[in-house]
Design a protein around this ligand. Structure first.
Ligand SMILES: Cc1cc2nc3c(=O)[nH]c(=O)nc-3n(C[C@H](O)[C@H](O)[C@H](O)COP(=O)(O)OP(=O)(O)OC[C@H]3O[C@@H](n4cnc5c(N)ncnc54)[C@H](O)[C@@H]3O)c2cc1C
Length: 319
């Protein structure tokens, strides 16, 4: 069994910052993230949107915020583990154990609205094609000079298309004539020469031809078909979030969110919760607020569980 001082479940912005803060204060910490990419909602749902209320950043987008948080973590000993979904939670002596293999005296739940799963393209894919079908945009540079199909009609599809249009040829395909996302972004896309908008078309089949992926779409309401070849396909049908596993963990919930006191403690000794996963009177879903909750939880853990490690509250005294 791997043993740490602290396990943080969830590698969204709040979990990442808290992992940095805990590492800075000498707690042997691991962050577990269910997805293949860190960064939670800003990275997965709105990577290109400008966030204007992160302390000390006048403006920063979701991708850049995630990069900065990961860069800070590199300066600590905090361990990051992605593609790792915490499902079971048990007590063994004075340790909390995740998935029967990772143990710690303290846990911070930072699972946001729940473990994300991208809504899948409802087409059967063979492995060769599946390698070219993406559900997120962690590194737009890999699409440079490529023909890319973006599928979807919400804000993410529009944001992805605008971001990719800076370096690739983009075809945005949506099953309805109108988009759900911001109209101003639709207008921006319509003005770009390297962007084609195909509506109302529904993707039907993908096949491999001469190193390209041939996408066959059917026009909604008619039998007309259209085929186009692409290098990469980016699916932006949104995400489903699932926090149901928390019910089995016996943490007290209020309307599906973890109930905490002002020290971010749950009903279970040594188990804390922060960020969008929690509820208390007056909470708002804000990243900066979650950062502060992470600091409260770590300070509390230092005082209660590891008093011998509690050297100072202020990082300025840590050099
Ligand atoms: C469109 C949009 C715009 C927004 N704009 C702003 C803004 O301008 N300013 C602002 O402050 N906030 C904004 N927010 C809110 C902000 O994104 C959230 O408050 C923030 O992401 C919460 O961070 P978190 O780390 O608590 O949760 P999340 O970002 O939800 O991250 C939780 C992470 O935990 C992982 N996880 C969940 N369950 C498990 C499990 N069992 N095992 C392992 N990993 C798990 C998830 O995969 C996810 O990566 C916006 C939100 C949206 C949707």
């Amino acid at each position: 069994m791997e043993t740490f001082d602290l396990i943080i479940v969830g590698g969204g912005p709040v979990g990442l910052f808290t992992g940095y803060f805990a590492g800075l204060h000498g707690l042997k910490t691991i962050i577990l993230e269910a997805l293949a990419d860190y960064g939670g909602q800003p990275q997965m749902l709105y990577p290109a949107k400008t966030i204007q209320d992160i302390p000390a950043y006048r403006k920063i987008n979701g991708t850049a915020l995630t990069k900065q948080l990961l860069a800070s973590l590199e300066t600590t000993t905090t361990v990051l583990r992605k593609n790792y979904r915490a499902t079971t939670f048990n007590k063994y002596k004075d340790l909390w154990v995740i998935n029967h293999e990772i143990a710690a005296k303290s846990i911070i739940i930072a699972t946001g609205q729940g473990a994300f799963r991208p809504k899948q393209l409802p087409i059967k894919l063979d492995d060769q094609i599946a390698d070219h079908v993406h559900y997120s945009l962690p590194d737009p540079a890999i699409f440079t000079n490529k023909d890319v199909a973006v599928l979807g009609g919400g804000d993410s599809a529009l944001d992805f298309s605008l971001e990719l249009a800076k370096l690739a040829r983009v075809t945005l395909i949506h099953r309805r004539p109108e988009f759900r996302g911001m109209e101003s972004n639709v207008q921006k896309l319509k003005k770009l020469k390297n962007v084609e908008i195909l509506t109302p078309y529904l993707p039907q089949a993908l096949s491999f031809h001469d190193n390209k992926i041939r996408l066959t779409c059917k026009q909604v309401g008619s039998n007309k078909e259209r085929q186009k070849d692409f290098d990469e396909i980016l699916v932006a049908y949104g995400f489903r979030a699932n926090n149901r596993f928390l019910r089995k963990w016996e943490v007290e919930l209020e309307e599906g969110l973890v109930a905490v006191n002002s020290k971010m403690q749950t009903n279970l000794n040594g188990v804390y919760a922060i960020g969008d996963a929690v509820t208390y009177d007056g909470r708002a879903p804000l990243i900066g607020l979650g950062f502060g909750e992470g600091q409260i939880a770590v300070m509390q853990i230092m005082r209660q569980v590891f008093p011998e490690k509690m050297l100072t509250v202020h990082s300025t005294a840590l050099q």
